[in-house]
Design a protein around this ligand. Sequence first.
Ligand SMILES: Nc1ncnc2c1ncn2[C@@H]1O[C@H](COP(=O)(O)OP(=O)(O)OP(=O)(O)O)[C@@H](O)[C@H]1O
Length: 278
Amino acid sequence: MTRPQPSPDLLVVQNLGISFGGLKAVDGMSLTIRRGGISGLIGPNGAGKSTLFNLIAGYHRPTTGRVWLAGEDITGLPPHVLFGKGLLRTFQIAREFSTLTVRENLMMVPGGQLGETWLGALLRPGRVRAEERALRARADEILEFLQITHVAGLPAGGLSGGQKKLLELGRTMMVDPKIVFLDEVGAGVNRTLLYAIADAIRRLNKERGYTFCLVEHDMQFIADLCDDVTCMAQGRCLARGTVETILSDEAVIAAYLGRGRAAKGMGLAGTPIEAGVA
Ligand SMILES: Nc1ncnc2c1ncn2[C@@H]1O[C@H](COP(=O)(O)OP(=O)(O)OP(=O)(O)O)[C@@H](O)[C@H]1O
């Protein structure tokens, strides 16, 4: 007897929309994200990419449409509930606890720890210590995976921009997520750390099966990592396909560079697109 195969689509978004005042920031977006893949989401400034991430990850409630995760309707659920279901979102500006050490930033990610309540700490000190040891071991394993063990004991506020982005990635790893939405993880990061971040994403995908969706303006980063790409413009889906087809698509190039430059045959492949170029 053959077993039913799980659907290849981990996340399905249908007709999602939200308006701010009169502006339709996301206007009937549909999207599918394949289980075990790395998908890219591109589009000029103000296209609605971050807002779409916010709608999916529960930071905004959509006015239209639905979102399913592994077949379950998760539309409008708040971020902490989605976190528990393995759906996580990082932000363009890293959100570390600056006075805590890097290791502590990792250790505090999983919620519901026994040591968080005075009663738990008082009544079960042995279990609290065991829980803390397990969290510390997990944090140290992640720091080693990301090759940033040397900053484990430093305050997170003193890290470079790229190291903070690696820490953000590490924080998602503390809960073994199903799907991670990375919002401009490469923005403002030097080339060396950008390679380290790309390498970590690739290994998390291949070795641990994490599914990723990346918003990114650096087209080389998108081309190096993504299996498929969706381009948004004015809150809508402009085009969707393989990296090669999307980065050479005339409508996509025009959305970024303007019609005239698109007509001169200027492509996007390999080009870091500066914010604001559109
Ligand atoms: N909370 C908000 N209130 C009002 N308008 C908003 C809000 N959030 C986003 N917008 C507007 O919605 C539109 C889409 O913004 P969004 O940040 O999603 O675009 P983006 O594609 O992520 O852009 P970028 O690449 O510059 O980050 C923009 O016009 C933005 O000004």
